[in-house]
Design a protein around this ligand. Structure first.
Ligand code: PAF
Length: 282
């Protein structure tokens, strides 16, 4: 496995593969890899001849410096996991390599940027879009793989690729869960044992919502019912519960008649967790 720390190193590797007619898959990550990331890697390996994983804790998508500092990192462990998966190259640039002095250009998906998680964390998706565009331009891959757990992020990236005619195919990969149902996340290691147990309420709330969606409810009734369900867990501090059109993330008025996505964000201690599920009322 090649470890590339500069743009020119990764470009050289990709150039050789392309010259040999090989397809290239890209898995962008912020490291501290878990089974969810490895599932993306396996999907990429199945679909492409060569796979690049990027590890970059992108400062521009963090609102609070404390959150960025607390983000877990373990490069040696990440490399060992990726080597075992048969990854061809890992791109792990420094902040200066990605954002040289006087960097001034950003990428924004105007409407999606301002809603839901974007409203809670202003500037977050601008940071994501900008770094992902840069990674796409640097790696020149044919396909890129992202988890469906970050539902809004996936939609934002698909929209950006469509709007800017970026020549890459985006593949969403279903959420991987622990055996007890907690969605895998690099943040889970920061949960206390009590909060780890309490966080199971999120997956339970999604199962509840899935059941309730076919019951002729309106979106706002469903949101209220899901909030009440999560509130039964005293350790959960709800940040948001949203029931939105699954294709556009627009608000749903009246009875739910088409697929919706239920998006949850809640803090357990100081750890913000998100989870989601698409539910079809038909
Ligand atoms: O989902 C993530 O880990 C990050 O938002 C991404 C896509 C790697 C961009 O920094």
């Amino acid at each position: 496995m090649e470890i590339c720390r500069t743009k020119s190193d990764i470009r050289t590797a990709v150039k050789q593969w392309r010259a040999a007619g090989e397809s290239v898959g890209l898995v962008p990550t912020m490291g501290f890899l878990h089974e969810g990331h490895l599932t993306l890697v396996r999907a990429a390996k199945e679909a492409c001849d060569r796979v690049i994983v990027t590890i970059f804790v992108n400062p521009t998508q963090f609102g609070e410096a404390a959150d960025l500092d607390a983000y877990p990192r373990d490069e040696a462990r990440d490399f060992a996991l990726l080597e075992a998966e048969g990854v061809d190259a890992v791109f792990c640039p420094s902040v200066d390599e990605m954002y040289p002095a006087d960097t001034q250009t950003t990428v924004v998906t105007e409407r999606l940027e301002k809603m839901l998680m974007g409203e809670l964390r202003p500037g977050h998706f601008k940071g994501v879009c900008t770094v992902v565009t840069k990674l796409f331009n640097i790696a020149q891959a044919d396909r890129a793989f992202f988890g469906e757990k970050d539902y809004q992020q996936l939609l934002v990236i698909k929209t950006m690729v469509r709007d800017l005619d970026i020549p890459i195919e985006i593949t969403g990969v279903p959420t991987v869960r622990e055996v007890d149902g907690l969605a895998m996340s690099s943040r889970n290691v920061r949960l206390t044992p009590d909060d780890r147990k309490a966080a199971l309420i999120l997956n339970k709330a999604l199962a509840f919502a899935d059941y309730e969606v076919s019951d002729g409810r309106t979106a706002s009734e469903l949101e209220e019912a899901v909030r009440a369900f999560i509130a039964k867990e005293p350790r959960a501090q709800i940040e948001s519960v949203d029931v939105r059109d699954a294709a556009t993330l627009e608000e749903v008025t009246g009875q739910i008649t088409a697929p919706v996505v239920i998006l949850l964000a809640a803090r357990f201690g100081d750890v913000l967790l998100i989870d989601q599920r698409v539910a079809d009322p038909t």
